[in-house]
Design a binder for this molecule. Structure first.
Ligand code: HPA
Length: 270
């Protein structure tokens, strides 16, 4: 694994002059954040050594180098989901590469189903914590001390400082910004009414099929993390709307102006 990370990082280092300290993973329907990146250089995953190729509709697979608000960033347009069949080491490989490139702060975004009764479709939720319900931890197996400790603390998975910054930006701009705990599950099924209810009872506000593995690896590597979920559907025992991938994408588009305003201001100021 160490050799692969080095190979991929060496390849990417040869592609741009200034290495970004900020990486952004663009979730389902949030691809429009790409429009905020200037001086873009697209590198298809298929051209990157050791990178898998993303298979879901609505996810194009490119690594993008560019600048946002004048600061160099690297963005993943399309991520690798566990439900696609990738193993955890593959799902989180790009995060390992970001670390090797010198990235210090990781932004993650996703679409999620809301269980919190205050949430509305199209709301944007800052992830304050998560519950890992994937059947496998990405750190299972041999630990490489060069990458991080055997037993990493997860007391502050999402940077308190960055959450505060997001709140102050939202207040300044008059944006509705929710807080909540993200429950990470494998999918690809959406939840049954009883499952949404269960996730709410155990302390979740939103549920989705990504993000937790990447955040675990980023924290293992001591990167700061900021996470944002777009609430694309609501679930629970009283809710009868049927979620679909199309609805999720549509709702994510509705939330884009808020996500864009927050992420852009944060990249400029963090
Ligand atoms: N459940 C799981 N993942 C999701 C959902 C959901 O309701 N909406 C968007 N991604």
């Amino acid at each position: 694994m160490l050799e692969k990370i080095k190979q991929t990082a060496d390849f990417l280092r040869g592609q741009v002059e200034e290495m970004p300290k900020i990486a952004i993973i663009l979730g389902t329907g949030l691809g429009s954040l790409v429009d905020l990146i200037e001086n873009k250089k697209f590198i298809p995953y298929s051209e990157i050594p050791n990178f898998p190729v993303s298979t879901v509709q609505g996810h194009s697979g490119n690594l993008i180098f560019g600048t946002m608000g004048g600061r160099p960033v690297i963005a993943m347009q399309g991520r690798f989901h566990y439900y696609e069949g990738y193993d955890m080491k593959t799902v989180t490989f790009p995060v390992r590469v970001f670390k090797a490139l010198g990235v210090e702060t990781l932004f993650v975004s996703n679409a999620a189903g809301g269980m919190n009764k205050e949430f509305l479709v199209g709301d944007v939720m800052v992830i304050t914590d998560h519950i890992n319900l994937f059947p496998e931890n990405p750190l299972r197996g041999k630990n490489y001390e060069e990458l991080g400790p055997r037993f990493p603390a997860m007391t502050e998975p999402y940077s308190h400082e960055l959450i505060k910054l997001a709140d102050s930006i939202a207040a300044e701009k008059g944006l509705r910004l929710m807080h909540g705990v993200y429950v990470g599950t494998t999918g690809p099924t959406f939840e049954t009414p009883a499952e949404y209810e269960y996730f709410r009872v155990i302390g979740g506000d939103a549920v989705g099929m990504s993000t937790v593995p990447e955040v675990i690896v980023a924290r293992h590597a001591d990167m700061r993390v900021f996470g944002i979920s777009v609430i694309t559907d609501l679930g629970g025992k009283d809710i009868t709307e049927v979620p679909s991938h199309e609805e999720v994408q549509k709702a994510a588009i509705k939330a884009q102006p808020t996500v864009e305003a927050i992420v852009k201001a944060m990249v400029e100021r963090c």
